[in-house]
Design a protein around this ligand. Structure first.
Ligand code: GLU
Length: 481
């Protein structure tokens, strides 16, 4: 069998290290078996997808060296490789029509109001099954056709089995994955605007692209019954589905940006050697049979064994990654190291220059003027942190208050971090607490830069970045203890 595997990220937000991890596993599996590794972009949820996100996926995979054989920007003969282009090419409609004709899918004419009321009812009744009540499931087909012809709005749903158990033996798991069909919703396959949902599009595309193995994160296990069922009803030979453990924070929770940087491009900007990040991701999934800690992609392909992949939630340990990064970085020859240094500086210099130009006389002044933008940690002396008229306890209280305001905003999903957002938020916080701006701003300047004098405060905090600033805030609060 020709091995053909794919990753199918949705271009929403920043390119995620979890995607890099799954890409690495698929890449190695394909290379190991002389197969193909494909990139498909799943952008059927148009309201959440963006062109820049799509570009960032290409850039981050290229940076990591995980080259794909077929994909939107490299071509291939099973394209197009972007689902919105496949929608435009009318690839999905025929499959939906076929499911309806077979009686395996049906048009649902329920209004959004009815569905909202249904949800409320289920909530109030503390129902154990939350989902569509299959109201339109048994509509007479002729009646359904008549209403569709008359222009009524509808979605198409799968006619999931009402009883019985779904079971699937995933090769990475000891026991089969099981689920009762009674707990599975009549999934929408085609939305009212004629676009397919992820489930339909993914199954059709995996088939049409000749995918032999779908190797993906375990968060998709719950969708597996629907995917296997769809393959069967559409008459496809299903690919083998394999579900890999999700990356975890050290506390066991699913990896999240509050605990670890998850944006691949952050690592690039920070100056990580891509091979070090790949090596680190490799060690998360696969221990080396000779217990080697440092090994490159070729070696990983040589030892790679899908059956030996770690499913028990590999922990993303930043210290381990930094240790590996150090090994790779120090091994660079002089020219490559100079290249890396240049790259790191160049990536940020255009953003920083407006803030720095007034503070420099010579090019060489950059090393001093900008040093705090380029390091992970800055040191804060208590004497610098505490402004005139406040003591350490008062300063600590103010910093803790601001930390909670910033954390709350992030929790609510507000990840804005530009200068004007910071100014409004921080000034608003200061006014509510009746702090004098001067007193509040001095410690913040020291937190951000380690200095009592810095470029304009809010621009500085914005460019230091959320992750680094929050870490510095933590360090300063600790220093004031
Ligand atoms: N579009 C899905 C994602 O964003 C792909 C899931 C799959 O691999 O089937 O991860």
């Amino acid at each position: 069998m020709t091995v053909r595997v794919r990753i199918a990220p949705s271009p929403t937000g920043d390119p995620h290290v979890g995607t890099a991890y799954i890409a690495l596993v698929n890449y190695c599996f394909a290379r190991k078996h002389g197969g193909q590794f494909i990139l498909r972009i799943e952008d059927t949820d148009q309201s959440r997808c963006s062109e820049s996100s799509k570009q960032a996926i290409f850039d981050s995979l290229k940076w990591l060296g995980l080259s794909y054989d077929e994909g939107p920007d490299v071509g291939g003969d099973r394209g197009p490789y972007v689902q919105s282009e496949r929608v435009a090419a009318g690839i999905y409609q025929g499959h939906v029509d076929r499911l309806i004709a077979q009686g395996d899918a049906y048009r649902c004419f329920c209004t959004t109001e009815r569905l909202a009321a249904l949800r409320e009812e289920q909530k109030a009744a503390k129902a154990t099954f939350f989902g569509y009540d299959r109201h339109c499931r048994d509509l007479d087909p002729a009646e359904s056709q008549r209403r569709a012809d008359a222009g009524e709005t509808f979605v198409v749903r799968m006619k999931a089995p009402l009883e019985g158990e779904f079971a699937y033996q995933d090769r990475l798991r000891k026991n089969p994955f099981t689920k009762q069909w009674a707990e599975i919703d009549d999934q929408v396959l085609l939305k009212s605007d004629g676009w397919p949902t992820y489930h339909l599009a993914a199954v059709v595309d995996d088939h049409e692209m000749g995918i032999s193995h779908v190797i993906r994160a375990e968060e998709w296990l719950n969708s597996l019954p629907k995917h296997v069922w769809l393959n069967e009803k559409l008459g496809f030979t299903a690919p083998e589905y394999v579900h890999v453990g999700l990356l975890r924070n050290p506390d066991g929770s699913k990896i999240s940006k509050r605990k670890n940087p998850t944006n691949i491009l952050w690592y690039k900007q920070r100056g990580f050697v891509p091979a070090a990040l790949c090596n680190f991701l490799a060690t998360l999934g696969h221990s080396h049979p000779d217990e080697l800690e440092k090994f490159d992609l070729d070696e990983l392909i040589r030892i790679f064994d899908l059956d030996r992949l770690n499913v028990a939630g590999p922990v993303f340990d930043m210290q381990k990654l930094e240790h590996l990064q150090g090994l790779y970085f120090r091994e660079l020859d002089d020219d490559a190291m100079v290249g890396e240094i240049h790259r790191c500086i160049d990536e940020r210099i255009h953003d920083l220059l407006p803030l720095l130009r007034e503070r420099m006389v010579y090019g060489g002044d950059l090393t001093h003027a900008a040093s705090f933008f380029y390091t992970d940690h800055v040191s804060h002396s208590v004497a610098d942190l505490v402004p005139k008229g406040w003591d350490a306890a008062q300063t600590k209280k103010a910093l803790e208050g601001l930390r909670s305001v910033l954390n709350k905003a992030a929790k609510k999903g507000d990840l804005s971090w530009d200068s004007s957002w910071l100014e409004t938020t921080i000034r608003g916080f200061g006014e509510a607490k009746e702090y004098k701006p001067k007193q509040l701003f001095m410690p913040l300047r020291v937190v951000a830069s380690g200095r009592r004098e810095s470029p304009p405060l809010f621009d500085t905090i914005a460019l230091v970045g959320r992750l680094a600033f929050m870490q510095r805030l933590e360090d300063a609060i600790l220093a004031l203890r």
